[in-house]
Design a protein around this ligand. Structure first.
Ligand code: CMP
Length: 139
């Protein structure tokens, strides 16, 4: 089994969509191995998205990601990284396929409901950003 790091973002937690999104992902076969609700401070959001530091949307992204609670989760499934990216759809909800999390619940390209790791290596790094080995539970 493989793992990926998912984050339910402040637009979705604020709109009361977290439960629906988690249920949708469980129905798609993802197992929640770790989960918590937290609020990122500016330093944490800048560090998590450091790869985007030079992008024009970076400051706005950091402001959005610190605007309310987020729910990071470790999800497990065969081929978790690719399976999760397929389940959430394109970054821009206008381009996301029917039935994906972002098509169903995202507001915009920035306020796009969820984050998912884009490679196994980044998944390991992003899981370590939020969780330690003791946080991972088998169901
Ligand atoms: P995520 O998958 O978390 O990775 C980087 C985030 O930056 C992305 O989701 C969006 O929230 C945001 N993002 C990506 N592209 C843009 C863009 N063109 N304009 C605004 N925000 C963006």
């Amino acid at each position: 089994m493989n793992q990926t790091l998912a984050i339910i973002k402040p637009d979705a937690t604020g709109a009361g969509r977290a439960g629906k999104i988690i249920a949708h992902l469980e129905e798609k076969g993802f197992k929640v191995r770790a989960m918590r609700m937290t609020r990122l401070d500016q330093r944490q959001a800048e560090a998590f998205y450091a790869v985007h530091r030079e992008r024009p949307f970076f400051d706005s992204l950091v402001s959005f990601m610190t605007s309310g609670p987020v729910i990071p989760m470790v999800l497990e499934k065969d081929g978790a990284v690719a399976a999760f990216r397929e389940a959430i759809g394109a970054t821009n909800p206008e381009e996301a396929a029917e039935g994906t999390v972002r098509k169903l619940w995202a507001e915009s390209i920035e306020r796009n409901a969820v984050h998912g790791s884009d490679s196994d290596e980044n998944a390991r790094q992003e899981i370590g950003f939020f969780f330690s080995d003791q946080d991972l539970l088998s169901i």
